[in-house]
Write a protein that binds this ligand. Sequence first.
Ligand SMILES: C[S@@+](CC[C@H](N)C(=O)[O-])C[C@H]1O[C@@H](n2cnc3c(N)ncnc32)[C@H](O)[C@@H]1O
Length: 235
Amino acid sequence: MNTRPGTHRLAAGFVDDSHEMIGETNPYVVSHREFGPELIAADQAQAQKGDWTGLFGRDAPLELELGAGNGQYIARMARLHPERDWLGLELRFKRVEVAARKVRAAGVRNAKIVRYNWFFLHEIFRDATVAGLHIHHPDPWSHHSQAHHRIIDADFVALAERLVVPGGTWRTKTDFAPHVDRLLDLAGPSAFEVLDVRRDIVTDGAPWPDEVETNYQRKCREQGRPVLAIWLRRR
Ligand SMILES: C[S@@+](CC[C@H](N)C(=O)[O-])C[C@H]1O[C@@H](n2cnc3c(N)ncnc32)[C@H](O)[C@@H]1O
């Protein structure tokens, strides 16, 4: 599976590997392509060339969730904010389909799940087109030897600076405190200002008014583990 630019043989760009994987045992490699309008396969996303307003058929603010998981968050947010369009990016074939099912079950037309790798976002999003970035419980890659896999680093903040419109926001919730500490360090000299940070949103509440729990967040709550939140705004 494609990982990061520069660390993989496909460093030149994200390749829709579903074609070369056909025939393998994962049934979702084929079925995700036939799901329906709630699910955009990687090659369709590339063909879109960043014209997401064309896909939704209107010019509404675009909210982007990276690592949509089971789709619970995006489906609920799309219901809560029908005036906005929602794209959930997810790499894993089965999760892409599970998330698209959540969107379909929610009965919303303003949300879609895209199979893509978040390290190649620049291939399918134009600069200054994202009104809101949502990254919740990204994998911790907690061992220092795995740190290069983490999404929150200087390269990604630079990419986010390009994609998010001035005045646009970035929300992250996580139970892995180093993600928040790193983002605080990186935000300082960046085009993002820190609006708020919470070290435990169960006790302190979320910084934003429209809080919606993600699947991993629920697991943390049930296990009594604190979830941190950080809210940024693009200057
Ligand atoms: C720990 S889960 C969190 C899911 C969800 N955000 C939540 O809070 O419940 C991280 C998700 O990120 C996805 N992911 C990991 N690396 C990715 C990448 N490079 N591009 C897109 N999605 C990725 C994983 O497949 C997984 O669904």
